[in-house]
Ligand binder design. Structure first.
Ligand code: CA
Length: 483
């Protein structure tokens, strides 16, 4: 495991403590070593109104002032306030200061991310130095003390907004276990297609329907396959096989010029950070529509992201081998093959999925874990995604989102969607799929796919001896009945 970055980077020192509330708590997701980026509004300043027209239609209007922040303990450090108080002036030269001030006028982090890791790393370090015990927030007497009381916004007083404006969303398919499990449902003898170990499989998703955690998800309607008994043609109606997909998304910071591929050795420099991603999927719609051009309406009705962008720097101590290729697997082609990426292109991030049904929430029963896996189980790395995506000259842009694809490991308990979790294999006698094995939930409820009122919650964290545990925050969504 490579930890050269970890030991060289003072923001990752496990002994650092912060004066911010909750930052030194054992179980916090946001110790001073994490500092994930976010965009938020102070609820007290936000005005959200609702007006019902005579025809019954509802018009919602809002006046919110998006601010940039980093999560710390039980709150968010308001970077705008820090900037306005002059606390960043000693950190940046005039040119950088101009670029930062300009980026802070944006409503999301794209312009900041576009400045590249040299600048964002300095800003992260400035936030760390301001927040640490005995750090730069201590000087200046009364004025400094006053700033400290205002500059941290408690989470419950903040409205979390989409962190990036996503122009393009690409979804990969990088878990070999997921590809094998899903392939086996359709091709029991030939589960993994022959291209899988050579080419990182992906497709272009839809950016307009990306929502931030906490937004409800409307059950989609659409065409589905004719019934198996052949009693009718294809049917239309609400999706009956609604699923989640547990993924991690990478946001692009700097982009590349069209026609100028990003080499794999440089790819890390182009990733701003990571979020959790729920790529909601309508399996019955997918099954009917996916051939020959791949997923379309089964995937583009909604995808949810967590509001915090965990930086590559914060994840540096948790890097691991890029991919453990089984013996005999082909070497990646040269443009996908890099020594450093092989040694440390992966991330050891524990990923958890929980479900809370409407009944459970009503009875105040805690959400129930349905799977636990790890991001290190991917066959392809995020650097390989970037190199592959651009090898033909395709230009990535600041804020583009690259999804990992459903993360499943070898262990059945780590399967990252219900399609896989409730699959019980093919009956050798009939050569047909066995009935699905439902997931058991508290109170006797079971699920093969999601029902209206179900809430799906993703969580993720990194742990390693000698380093502070860090978390990603949550990615949540409740299923609403079809319209
Ligand atoms: Ca997906």
């Amino acid at each position: 495991m490579s930890n050269t970055g970890a030991t060289a980077n003072p923001t990752l020192d496990p002994n650092l403590k912060s004066w911010a509330p909750g930052a030194n708590d054992e179980g916090t997701e946001f110790p001073i070593q994490n500092l994930p980026w976010c965009v938020f509004a102070r609820k007290a300043d936000a005005h959200i109104g609702r007006h019902t027209h005579e025809d019954g239609s509802v018009h919602e209007h809002s006046h919110i002032n998006p601010l940039f922040g980093v999560a710390i303990g039980t709150g968010i450090l308001d970077l705008h306030m820090l900037l306005e108080a002059g606390e960043l002036e000693s950190v940046f030269d005039d040119e950088e200061m101009n670029a930062i001030s300009h980026a802070f006028e944006d409503t999301c982090l794209n312009s900041l991310a576009e400045l590249g890791p040299a600048v964002t790393s300095k800003l992260r370090r400035a936030a760390s130095e301001y927040l640490r015990e005995g750090g730069t927030s201590g000087g200046g007497g009364q004025q400094a003390r006053r700033l400290r009381t205002k500059v941290i916004v408690p989470m419950n007083e903040a409205l979390l907004l989409p962190p990036m404006h996503v122009g393009n969303y690409t979804d990969f398919y990088a878990s070999m276990h997921h590809a094998t499990n899903v392939g086996a449902m359709f091709r029991p003898d030939n589960a993994l297609l022959p291209n899988y170990k050579h080419v990182p499989i992906g497709y272009h998703g839809r950016a307009s329907s990306l929502v931030v955690s906490g937004n409800d998800i409307r059950r989609p309607k659409g065409q589905q396959s004719p019934p198996e008994d052949g009693s009718s043609g294809p049917v239309f109606g609400p999706c009956k096989m609604l699923d989640y997909e547990l993924e991690v998304g990478a946001f692009i910071g700097r982009g590349n010029e069209m026609g100028e591929p990003i080499g794999i050795a440089d790819a890390r420099q182009y990733i701003f950070g990571f979020c959790l991603l729920n790529d909601w999927s309508a399996r019955d719609i997918q099954k009917w529509e996916y051939q020959p051009l791949g997923p379309f309406l089964a995937k583009n009705f909604a995808s949810s992201i967590s509001p915090f962008v965990v930086s590559l720097e914060a994840l540096e101590p948790f890097r691991c081998e890029g991919s453990v290729r089984p013996a005999g697997d082909p070497e990646p082609m040269a443009y996908l093959n890099d020594k450093t990426d092989r040694a440390s292109g992966g991330f050891d991030v524990t990923l958890e999925v929980l479900i809370a049904t409407a009944k459970m929430r009503e009875a105040k029963v805690a959400p129930s874990r349905v799977s636990i896996g790890n991001l290190k189980d991917l066959y392809w790395t995020f650097s390989q995604f970037v190199a592959h995506h651009t090898v033909n000259g395709c230009n990535l842009q600041p804020g583009d989102l690259l999804g990992s694809g459903t993360v499943s490991g070898a262990d059945p308990a780590s399967r990252g969607c219900l399609l896989e979790l409730t699959w019980d294999g093919i009956d050798p006698a009939t050569k047909k799929p066995k009935p699905r094995k439902p997931v058991q939930l508290p109170g006797g409820e079971t699920r093969t796919f999601l029902q209206d009122g179900d809430e799906v919650i993703f969580r993720a964290w990194c742990e390693r001896p000698g380093f502070r545990r860090i978390g990603f925050g949550e990615c949540r969504g409740v299923i609403l009945a079809a319209k």
